[in-house]
Design a protein around this ligand. Structure first.
Ligand SMILES: *Cc1c(COP(=O)(O)O)cnc(C)c1O
Length: 428
């Protein structure tokens, strides 16, 4: 790539200026949105490759278009590596996103109108788990379980009793904002008892599963879905896995059921990312993600905020900021002004409104990928507390912004490794 002109900059400066500004934002700030990460330069180059030009409806060896011999190789590599990563009997690497993967599983496992038992969005679930405006909530009858009021852990008494009462055809486990390890085996037992199929949506924590840190749902679930861009650290996309007996049905549900041509450039990026996740270094990264989350959580808790469930087992934490006399909306805004990016989030049994809930959600994957460790987590926790305790103190905000910039500068984002000129940072 050395010496390659920046064609976007040359031909479309309007678009380039926004891309370059985003690159600068990523480098200069601290990304603490739990669902975000930095994918490698190799993944980015694969996604930016000529494979974007190719139509390949169908599957390797069975395509509706000619000229697929090379993209077949790419998709086979992605499939073989994904199977090896999670020990799955069958995988589909074509879903354009995590949401598409879930749609495909619903289409495979249940009929419109069937009952599904899933985690409540207000307690940490995902919109594809039956939110009323999402196709899942429109086409199927969702019943929701939540966490216990006393310890904010999954309420298995409630899950069992709802399962017995409603006899769902499908039970969905997995979450977007649950800071603890999910016991997949218990869900599998309940599903077996009531004759339901089990989908585990490990979108958030699949990187931890790949590294052997979080329990692997593949042996006990009928279907497992994930995104590829969260802790798994690949390109933006989705995957779906199942037992051999459901392979044909699942493949049909992805294509032609819910999608047309696969994004072969993204599948190339997935293949590269799965290859990275199979390496020993990935285990180190995932362990660091979890260790960093524990350190961050412990520092925050000792500084006067409440952590939902008292802490974290994984890459994220839900922080109730109301003990500091503020809400999640202001917390998100004031941290953003300092260069710390996170999202406001409902906490279980929240008495405040979704647009200004009680909490924020913080995650460590992106900072860990940049190479930050315990010392940086302690530093960042102290800055977060300092700002949240004085949200209208312009001096504190200015000082913190400076501190954040200085720290960020010491930890280049992976994109910085791409040759200058292709992803050149805009002037600060
Ligand atoms: C992020 C997420 C998804 C969907 O991912 P998209 O790629 O944004 O569609 C699905 N399920 C869960 C639990 C998630 O956290």
């Amino acid at each position: 790539m050395n010496g390659t002109p920046n064609f976007v900059e040359q031909d479309d400066p309007e678009v380039w200026s926004a891309v370059a500004a985003e690159q600068t934002r990523q480098q200069d700030g601290l990304e603490m949105i739990a669902s975000e990460n930095f994918t490698s330069p190799a993944v980015m180059q694969a996604v930016g490759s000529v494979l974007t030009n190719k139509y390949a409806e169908g599957y390797p060896g069975h395509r509706y278009y000619g000229g697929c011999e090379f993209v077949d190789k790419v998709e086979d590599l992605a499939r073989d590596r994904l199977k090896a990563l999670f020990g799955a009997e069958h995988v589909n690497v074509q879903p354009h996103s995590g949401s598409q993967a879930n749609s495909a599983v619903y289409l495979t496992a249940i009929q419109p109108g069937d009952t599904v038992l899933a985690f409540d969005l207000a307690h940490g679930g995902h919109l594809t788990h039956g939110m009323k405006l999402n196709s899942s909530g429109i086409f199927y009858r969702f019943v929701h379980y939540g966490v216990r009021r006393d310890n904010q852990l999954l309420d298995f008494d409630q899950i069992v009793s709802l399962a017995r009462e409603h006899k769902p055809k499908l039970i969905v486990a997995g979450a977007s904002a649950y800071p603890r390890e999910i016991p997949h085996g218990r869900f599998a037992e309940i599903a077996r008892e009531v004759g339901a199929k089990l989908l585990v949506d490990m979108a958030h924590y699949s990187g931890l599963v790949a590294a052997g840190i979080h329990d692997n749902p593949v042996p006990v679930a009928d279907f497992v879905t994930s995104t590829t861009h969260k802790t798994l650290r690949g390109p933006r996309g989705g995957i779906a896995m199942c037992r051999a007996e459901n392979a044909k049905a699942l493949d049909r549900s992805v294509f032609p059921g819910t999608q047309g041509g696969p994004l072969m450039h993204v599948i190339a990026g997935k293949a590269v990312a799965f290859g990275e996740a199979l390496k020993p270094e990935f285990k180190r990264y995932a362990q660091d993600v979890v260790d960093n989350a524990r350190t961050l959580a412990a520092c925050l808790a000792s500084g006067g905020v409440n952590l939902v469930s008292g802490g974290t087992d994984n890459h994220l934490m839900l922080v109730d900021v109301t003990p500091l006399g503020i809400g999640g909306k202001l917390a998100e805004e004031v941290l953003d002004r300092c260069g710390i990016t996170c999202n406001k989030n409902m906490i279980p049994f929240d008495s405040r409104k979704p647009m200004d809930p009680s909490g924020i959600r913080l995650g460590t994957p992106a900072l860990t990928t940049r190479g930050m460790g315990a010392a940086e987590m302690k530093q960042v926790a102290a800055w977060i507390l300092r700002v949240l305790k004085a949200p209208s103190d312009e001096q504190v905000i200015a000082t913190t912004k400076g501190d954040v910039a200085e720290l960020a500068d010491q930890f280049p984002v992976p994109a910085a490794k791409l040759e200058a000129g292709r992803f050149e940072t805009a002037s600060r």
